[in-house]
Write a protein that binds this ligand. Structure first.
Ligand SMILES: [Zn+2]
Length: 440
């Protein structure tokens, strides 16, 4: 049975009353700090009700576009201490202008707690030999604090980043006995596939810790069956605009996280109904990033949908569970159907012979929508037409609205294209698979 000693820190096993009291105190302290130090928040946080069930209910939601206007390079209105040093990060440069975030040096170091808590819960131990494949350069953030966390945690640390070719990682893995890899899900998987092509004799990757995107069940099956990986988890879910919000333990299925509820005050809000979500119902995630003192972040609309699970985790941690349901932009509107990427993944998993790397795209052709799904495979060319037909049928079988529209000829039939492994486009900066393309 798990005991308190198996957790990284006492907060993970804290009882309900202590949990409530500490969260309330920290939130009140944070709001006081933000109002006192940042003029932008002085009136904005006047609706804070420290004793209410939802203390931030009367506070406006901070949207991404508004946040951009308060931060450098446009402005310093959100910066609490303009004379202190900071590190500038940018992210999300694929569409529109990149998002900037400032972290003080103390904040960078404070990321150790959620990092270590998450890696420990996912099974990392002192002495593990870890390849860090996270993206670095171009003002990208994650690699840097993961690097520092691996040092402090007591691992043998291999700072490859996403820029190192698989053959180099392959050679080091064999010579140094690397047993663990961490990085963006698709980058790490691609690296392992590249290493496999060179032969995995003498190499045993036991643990794989991913971030940045989901690793779907078909990918996990490949990692277990083909590469013999035992532990697969996302040790941290967070955003550069906020902080770490959640972490997985070994018992968490894809998309389910324990909340770092001492780090972020988390709200899940049903925006169409205008009320807080009960456990089980989905809403938008708002986060108040309590350790962010340089640029306080109060009630930020993260952009992801989530739901509280309202049940305890078998691991015994008392940090509550939530499920991340993906971003609004993971959905394509095809005819009258809203096709979410996760549902396409579920179909891919049902067709043996397809890899988990998949992309969906919407086209508008002669006034009608068409859903195109591209999937990587190792199947020989002659086997592919049958695989493609099987996947198209699986998609229509699970999507009655789309299926009806195709039958009525208001939407074109689904087109499935199969490609060799590694042939789908990746983001040139991060190596992330480009999963959803909307040609509107
Ligand atoms: Zn757990």
């Amino acid at each position: 049975m798990p005991s308190g000693k198996t957790f990284f820190d006492p907060w993970e096993g804290a009882g309900e009353s202590r949990r409530r009291r500490v969260i309330r105190e920290r939130l009140a302290d944070y709001v006081r700090y933000a109002r006192g130090r940042v003029p932008f928040y002085r009136d904005r946080l006047a609706g804070f009700r420290p004793r209410a069930e939802h203390p931030l209910a009367g506070v406006p939601v901070l949207e991404s576009a508004e946040l951009r206007k308060l931060l450098p390079p446009l402005n310093t209105r959100l910066v609490a201490d303009r004379s202190s040093g900071w590190t500038v990060f940018q992210s999300g440069g694929t569409t529109g202008s990149p998002k900037t975030a400032l972290f003080s040096h103390a904040e960078m170091e404070a990321l150790y707690l959620p990092n270590a808590r998450g890696f420990h819960a996912a099974g990392l131990r002192r002495g593990d030999r870890v390849a860090n494949l996270f993206a670095v350069g171009g003002l990208y953030m994650t690699f840097l604090h993961i690097h520092r966390a691996l040092e402090r945690f007591g691992c043998a640390n291999f700072p490859f980043s996403n820029h190192t070719a698989p053959d180099y990682v392959h050679g080091c893995a064999r010579r140094f006995g690397i047993n663990c890899m961490t990085g963006i899900a698709s980058v790490t998987l691609d690296c392992l596939r590249g290493m496999e092509a060179l032969g995995l004799k003498g190499i045993r990757i036991e643990k794989l810790y991913y971030g940045g995107e989901h690793l779907y069940d078909s990918d996990k099956a490949e990692l277990r069956e083909r590469f013999g990986v035992r532990e697969i988890a996302a040790p941290g879910y967070g955003t550069v605009d906020t902080w770490y919000i959640g972490y997985q333990c070994s018992a968490c299925p894809t998309g389910v996280f324990h909340a770092h509820d001492d780090q972020c005050h988390i709200e899940i809000f049903d925006e169409s109904e205008g009320r807080y979500c009960a456990p089980g119902s989905a809403g938008m995630l708002y986060a108040t990033a309590l350790p962010r003192r340089l640029t306080p972040i109060v009630r930020y609309r993260v952009g992801d949908r989530a739901r509280w699970l309202g049940r305890p985790c078998p691991c015994g941690r008392t940090t509550p569970l939530f499920e991340l349901l993906g971003r609004g932009d993971d959905v394509l509107r095809v005819g009258f159907d809203s096709v979410d990427y996760g549902s396409i993944q579920a179909c891919v998993k049902r067709v043996a012979g397809l890899l988990g790397s998949a992309q969906m795209q919407k086209y508008r052709e002669s006034g009608r929508d068409r859903l195109v799904v591209r999937v990587e495979t190792r199947a020989p060319i002659r086997a592919r037409p049958a695989l493609a037909a099987r996947l198209a049928a699986a998609i229509l079988a699970r999507r009655p609205t789309l299926s009806r529209a195709v039958a009525q000829k208001s939407v074109w039939p689904v087109r499935v294209e199969l490609l060799d492994a590694g042939r789908l486009p990746r983001n040139p900066r991060t190596g992330k698979l480009v999963r959803v393309v909307d040609d509107r």
